[in-house]
Design a protein around this ligand. Structure first.
Ligand SMILES: [Zn+2]
Ligand SMILES: [Zn+2]
Length: 264
């Protein structure tokens, strides 16, 4: 059975400081889920756990009291609205969530590709595709060495524009197939989710070759995939379902390729 676009596990609300749309409330997000017949959605605001020490200049406004201020989340018949968070790895590869806090969330996505945050995820600004490609690999490799409850961990937007502004297409080809097979083989063994976030509608064949190669390799390795819009504003939710269906179809995914959260 072909992959059904029935969820969105990467959504921000006004609690994320980079969300500048006052209408992006949990209620509006739930309404988006109902209208698109999603069976589950997850709110994943940016989070750096204040219990995790870091040399980075994190803004402590994304601490636990801040991200949990959305609770309780509104619910509707047929939709499970899950409480998650998007956390980062600092430039020392420390992951921004403590084990005791992980237990308080339904799902945690970790971004290894926010390479635009100088002073936080990277020490200094990344200027070249070579530096970005090195960090793309190194951060994912370091994440995989952590002791995390992988069944509730997802990896955010691996082919995002944040890798190198306007030049991500120059970075991804520098990562070899064999490196990708090694990394995704490990991801598959751990059972974590791989996020599908990019918009494939209207992509040229050349772009598809660059941006989809990692996911085709991940699929071959047996990785499981979840959909994430990474919406920060209400207007970004429009057309999301079509976009999800398109990427799943382009990658020829089946229901057996779906990452599933075991939520009681
Ligand atoms: Zn992100
Ligand atoms: Zn995000």
């Amino acid at each position: 059975m072909r992959y059904v676009a029935d969820h969105d596990y990467h959504i921000h609300s006004t609690v994320s400081l980079c969300c500048h749309d006052d209408s992006q409330t949990p209620e509006a997000i739930l309404d988006y889920a109902v209208k698109n017949s999603f069976s589950s959605i997850c709110l994943t605001n940016h989070f750096w756990d204040e219990k995790v020490e870091s040399e980075a200049d994190w803004c402590n406004e994304h601490d636990f009291s801040h991200v949990s201020s959305v609770l309780p989340l509104p619910q509707a018949d047929g939709v499970r609205f899950l409480f998650g968070a998007e956390t980062d790895m600092d430039f020392n590869n420390i992951v921004g969530i403590s084990r005791e806090r992980i237990d308080l969330f339904d799902f945690i996505i970790v971004s290894t590709t926010h390479l635009h945050l100088d002073g936080n995820t990277v020490r200094k600004s990344i200027e070249t595709p070579e530096e970005a490609a090195f960090l793309w690999v190194d951060k994912l490799d370091n994440l995989l060495k952590k002791d995390l409850p992988w069944h509730k961990i997802g990896i955010a937007h691996l082919t995002t524009g944040h890798i190198l502004k306007g030049r991500t297409h120059e970075v991804l080809p520098l990562i070899s197939d064999s490196t990708l097979y090694d990394l995704f083989g490990e991801c598959a063994a751990k059972g974590m989710g791989i996020e599908l976030n990019m918009k494939t509608i209207g992509m040229s064949d050349e772009q598809k070759e660059i941006f989809l190669r990692p996911y085709f390799i991940a699929k071959e390795c047996g990785c499981k995939f979840y959909l994430g819009s990474d919406s920060h504003k209400a207007s970004a939710l429009i057309g999301t379902k079509d976009s999800f269906e398109h990427v799943a179809e382009t990658l020829a995914l089946h229901e057996s390729d779906k990452f599933r959260l075991n939520i009681n």
